[in-house]
Design a protein around this ligand. Sequence first.
Ligand SMILES: Cc1ncc(C[n+]2csc(CCOP(=O)(O)OP(=O)(O)O)c2C)c(N)n1
Length: 327
Amino acid sequence: MASIKRHKFKLTSEQLLEMLYWLKLIRAFDERLSVLVRQGRVRSGVYSSIGQEAIVVGTCYGLKKDDYICPLHRDLGTFLMKGVNSGVMMAQMYGKATGLSKGRDSALHSGVPELGIFGNTSMLGANTPVAAGLALTFKIEGRDNVVIAYFGEGASNTGDVHEAMNVAAVHTLPVVFVCENNVYAYSLPIEKSMAIEDVADRAEAYGFDGVAINGNDVLAVYQATQGAIARARAGDGPTLIECKTYRWHGHSEHDPAFYRTDEELAMWKSRDPLPTFTTYLRHRNVLTDEGLLEIDARVIKDIDEAVAFAESSPDPDPSEAATDLYA
Ligand SMILES: Cc1ncc(C[n+]2csc(CCOP(=O)(O)OP(=O)(O)O)c2C)c(N)n1
């Protein structure tokens, strides 16, 4: 680690503004989806990431196209950052023929190999051994690519996650394990599922570094991820980054989240990653009034166009239900 200098991860003003755009786009996408669900427009299950955007942006920003991500069910924004068009993503949520899976599955199960996206698996944590397998391929082929494996603190209690971490450590695989600790696994609060405070502590048992960071600080997430990626590319194996955060909505849009208090939600809303980063950029004189208006207008336009594309797209043709099947 000593050889990897922090200044390597410095960002230009343009890059910082681009990060703000992504944070706002992902927030706006989820907010619009939430409304569309209530209007009965969306066929997919929706697992909102509102409140957790800094993790998506901080980990995906600067990834190479042929680096892989193994997202969890809440990581719709990672698809956008990896290069999926927002209209196609919206069509996917609508179950339209123009979506990623042409209406064959809901939400984020679709993989996009050409963009380095391995589709989400329904079984919690099952994407992490897949991530280790992808990383093993990179190692065998002598490529300097990395894999980011996302999972929740709930999933961190499953056997798969432990096996993946162990095998990644034993074979010094280029995996960055990113735990999105948003306090609840559905209705289960963390203190009822773990006897330790930090998921990050588990890494030590497998022989690599784990760090717990503020998951609502996009630059902290970016710095930690870039350090882990640099070590992974250099052949130094995996890292576990636990990002402490909170999801503002329920587990999914059909969950009213009665298991938590208004006070708790209000406390976490006061740590909203978007205004925090916006204020930082203004203090650094990176963001002007006009710049902010420009980004907001671009985001609204992108989301409006995405919805229009999904709305005007055809439904899947029943005669094609059996095409693209492997078995
Ligand atoms: C092995 C397994 N057990 C239970 C479920 C049902 N389930 C889906 S998401 C979820 C909660 C996940 O919590 P966490 O891993 O913390 O991620 P979060 O949803 O909080 O982002 C549960 C229990 C499942 N999909 N797979």
